[in-house]
Design a protein around this ligand. Structure first.
Ligand SMILES: [Zn+2]
Length: 87
């Protein structure tokens, strides 16, 4: 079972993942992405990571933390996601 048959592989999923996590993907594309995430553990992990990251940032920007702590956490999160996690 390969993704090549549908023409929707990790490369395409990766390109749309950001919009998917933000909920900006059109319904059809989001469905395609979800189908890919079910089959692809790697992309599913990246998506979960992105979602958790955005979730935390949203909560931080909601003002539950002092600014200096917020900056520290954002820095930690960015280090944890790093450039390697996205590629
Ligand atoms: Zn994938």
């Amino acid at each position: 079972m390969t993704e090549r048959e549908t023409g929707y592989d990790c490369e395409k999923a990766g390109a749309e993942l950001d919009a998917f996590v933000r909920g900006e993907l059109p319904l059809e594309a989001a469905g395609r992405m979800q189908a890919h995430l079910v089959r692809c553990g790697h992309c599913a992990q990246v998506a979960r990571h992105e979602q958790a990251f955005r979730d935390r940032l949203r909560r931080l920007s909601a003002g539950c933390c002092p600014d200096h702590l917020k900056a520290q956490i954002v820095e930690l999160l960015e280090t944890a996601t790093g450039p390697d996690a996205a590629t």
